[in-house]
Design a binder for this molecule. Structure first.
Ligand code: TMP
Length: 213
């Protein structure tokens, strides 16, 4: 098992989560910009990653490759392992003193692969990954999200209203389970405009970091 200082890890690793179209990518960027403007060193990252396993996952998400849902669960876990422990990974950045803000992490696998293959396997595959200090979970009506992503040129296999509704429910169930395990998870009302959502996030993160506004 790789070694790292859990407290250090907890204080500087933040994750944003939510169904497709919830706005996680925009808000990860805005949060990182605020942190950098506030004098923090901050790395922005995302899952699936840009490495080999992440790229393979993208071909599956696009529908180009078809594999068993359980294989997808294993691939996401492998991608995450490399994302954490590999070269230029999350642990390396945290050890170097940076904050890390990630667009998706363990909770995505519990919600999405929990929906496609049942919660047991994703729970097992993700059980050894460390908890972030703070997870921000977006709550937005799936209908609003589907409308937001309808205009995207590249479609992915999970982008249907029915599926996103199931993922939203699974997010709630799995977030409760992780909270019982000690994860700090805060809900964000993602239905508001970009600036209001950013302000909600900023105030939660500043209080998490113990910074006075
Ligand atoms: P995004 O790059 O727009 O966030 O899309 C990534 C897609 O991958 C999104 O549909 C969520 C899905 N996903 C999983 O199914 N499991 C995971 O563990 C992760 C990180 C993402």
């Amino acid at each position: 098992m790789p070694s790292y200082n859990t407290d250090e890890f907890k204080n500087r690793f933040i994750v944003i989560e939510g169904i497709d179209g919830a706005g996680t990518t925009t808000q990860v960027r805005l949060l990182a910009e605020s942190l950098i403007a506030g004098g923090f060193s901050c790395i922005v990252t995302a899952e699936p990653t840009m490495n080999h396993i992440g790229q393979l996952i993208r071909t599956i998400l696009s529908g180009e490759d078809i594999v068993a849902p359980t294989t997808v669960a294993h691939l996401f876990a492998a991608d995450r392992n490399e994302h954490l422990y590999g070269k230029n990974g999350i642990i390396e950045s945290l050890k170097a003193g940076s904050m890390v803000v990630s667009d998706r992490y363990v909770l995505s696998s519990l919600a999405y692969q929990g929906t496609t293959c049942g919660p047991r396997l994703p729970w097992l595959l993700n059980s050894t990954f460390p908890a972030p200090g703070l997870t921000l979970l977006f709550e937005v009506d799936p209908e609003i999200c589907i409308t937001r992503i309808r205009s995207r040129l590249k479609k992915e296999i999970y982008e249907t209203l029915e599926f996103q509704r199931k993922v939203q429910n699974m997010y709630e169930r799995m977030a409760d389970r992780l909270s019982h395990k000690g994860w700090r998870i805060e809900r964000i009302d993602g239905s508001k405009d970009i600036e209001s959502v950013h302000q909600q996030i900023e105030s939660i993160v500043l209080s998490f970091l113990g910074v006075e506004c």
